[in-house]
Design a protein around this ligand. Structure first.
Ligand SMILES: [Mn+2]
Length: 357
């Protein structure tokens, strides 16, 4: 299994050449942006030219959206590389991409949804070759380790550190982060501030994520990010986060028996990951925390956290949305998310409580 996965990855990479037409598609959070930046640079070094297409989708999803497929077709892409989202959770979408592109390479650390691999489609996840629990092996570190088998990426170790800290995994990789801080003449605190900058752009100016990824990929070190125009978003972000955090403290609901902390709020900003990370890390690492965001549409989105692994947040949410129309959920054991129609919210909550017993 171990050699299979790594040698399969190696063959997929060796088949990418200067004449290949490559698209890179990434997730939108700090790990997704960082793994995108590292993969972008790895491809540039590997083939002496940048990818033909960098796709930043309009919202978080495990699918390749129709407008992305259109770009892939019109740019005559034959190699598609997907980082940090489980495209195998959307088998129809993955199949469609496999019919258009000669090679599809998915590099991800979410649950393995058991998509049947074939000569055109190769999926690699930590669980295929490593003992590290997949949520603790963020895609930034994964692409850094995997592509380092082919090209020297040591100048970008700080980007891998930013990405893995974005997925809350400093504890797992403390030595690596310490070394990359030293190598980039920065500190863990500065790298952590870069995470906050990416999260602020994801929340307040998601249309800028594509240019931010390119900016990070071309930066010589974290200082460039800290001194950039993007850092200007931090203040607004902190303000919004603090005010929701205060609201949480007053309005949260705690269900002792289920070990559940439940919070519903309204916001037009896509702020729920940042908010729930703060709540879970600072107040309730040992309880199941669920935050439900109403953005004024006919759907609501939600996130769940459970850091002691005693509840599988991804399976809890997947089971709680089963059968609902226009609904979806997924993610990691300690961190997951999804959305449902607003009309199903009370049934969703009842199911969560029931599932937690
Ligand atoms: Mn990730």
């Amino acid at each position: 299994m171990q050699t299979d996965a790594l040698s399969g990855f190696d063959s997929a990479v060796k088949a990418i050449s200067k004449s290949s037409r490559v698209a890179l598609i990434h997730d939108l959070d700090a790990d997704g942006i960082s793994s995108g930046a590292i993969t972008y640079n790895a491809l540039r070094v590997l083939r002496g030219k940048k990818p033909e297409l960098l796709i930043t989708q309009t919202h978080k999803t495990t699918q390749i959206l129709p407008q992305s497929m259109k770009k892939i077709r019109s740019k005559k892409i034959d190699v598609a590389i997907i980082v940090d989202f489980a495209l195998d959770q959307s088998p129809q979408s993955l199949k469609e991409l496999g019919q258009v592109c000669k090679t599809v390479l998915v590099i991800d650390h979410h649950k393995d949804y058991g998509y049947p691999q074939n000569e055109r489609t190769f999926i690699i996840k930590p669980q295929h070759f490593s003992q590290v629990e997949p949520s603790k092996y963020p895609t930034s570190k994964l692409v850094f380790d995997l592509f380092s088998r082919h090209v020297d990426l040591s100048a970008y170790c700080w980007i891998a550190s930013i990405g893995l800290m974005g997925d809350n995994q400093l504890g797992q990789w403390r030595d690596f982060v310490g070394e990359s801080a030293k190598a980039s003449a920065s500190s863990v605190e500065q790298l952590s501030k870069c995470v906050d900058i990416i999260t602020a752009i994801e929340t307040l100016a998601p249309k800028k994520l594509n240019e931010l990824l390119l900016f990070i990929a071309s930066s010589t070190g974290p200082q460039k990010i800290l001194a950039s125009k993007y850092a200007g978003y931090l203040k607004t972000m902190d303000k919004k986060l603090d005010s929701l955090f205060e609201k949480f403290k007053k309005e949260k609901e705690i269900l002792e028996k289920q070990g559940l902390v439940w919070f519903e709020y309204k916001s037009k900003d896509n702020i729920k990951s940042a908010l729930i990370n703060k709540i879970s890390n600072e107040l309730y690492p040992g309880l199941t925390v669920i935050c439900v965001q109403d953005s004024g549409k006919n759907t609501v989105s939600f996130s769940a956290r459970r850091q002691d692994f005693k509840v599988k947040a991804n399976e809890l949410l997947e089971n709680a949305v089963r059968g609902f129309e226009n609904a979806g959920a997924g993610g990691h054991v300690p961190a997951a998310a999804g959305k449902i129609m607003k009309k199903d919210l009370s049934e969703f909550k009842a199911r969560v409580i029931e599932l937690l017993g």
